[in-house]
Design a protein around this ligand. Structure first.
Ligand code: HEC
Length: 118
């Protein structure tokens, strides 16, 4: 019975430590994601996802923030990034990323694309 409060306060200390650790870890992941998007995706899609870049316009990249794209499922978006996609009527488009990024990185980028929603 005497151990119970001790276990409880240890539990609280562990929770507090996890919260403290996870906050900067999360912020770091976000900065990493933004860097990854800028490095791998922004040439065409733009940092803001709107596709308002020379490459984006040339290839017909859609506005990732638009309802048109945001209504698609995560699986649809992931498939496009994994396998690559061309805009209608274009011979060149987005390369397949499945050999360049791992599945988790692509999931993170899709989650990031969701945050760009208008
Ligand atoms: C070489 C230019 C280019 C690069 C680099 C690029 N994309 Fe694309 N992306 C396109 C084009 C073109 C399409 C097809 C037209 C469209 O749907 O926007 C497309 C389509 C998409 C789609 C599907 C949208 C839809 O309408 O189905 C997603 C999601 C996407 N890109 C995300 C990304 C992510 C994430 C990256 C970085 C890993 C990336 N793209 C890199 C040009 C590019």
């Amino acid at each position: 019975m005497m151990r119970f409060p001790l276990a409880q306060s240890l539990g609280a200390a562990v929770v507090a430590a996890l919260v403290t650790l996870s906050v900067p870890a999360h912020a770091e992941a976000d900065a990493k994601t933004v860097r990854m998007f800028k490095a791998k995706c922004a040439t065409c899609h733009g940092v803001d996802g709107k596709g308002d870049t020379d490459q984006g316009k040339k290839l017909g990249a859609k506005d990732l923030t638009s309802a048109d794209v945001q209504k698609l499922t995560d699986a649809d978006l992931k498939k496009a990034v994994n396998e690559g996609k061309k805009a209608e009527g274009k011979t060149e488009g987005m390369d397949a990323f499945k050999d360049k990024l791992d599945s988790e990185q692509i999931d993170t980028l899709i989650a990031y694309v969701r945050t760009l929603k208008k």
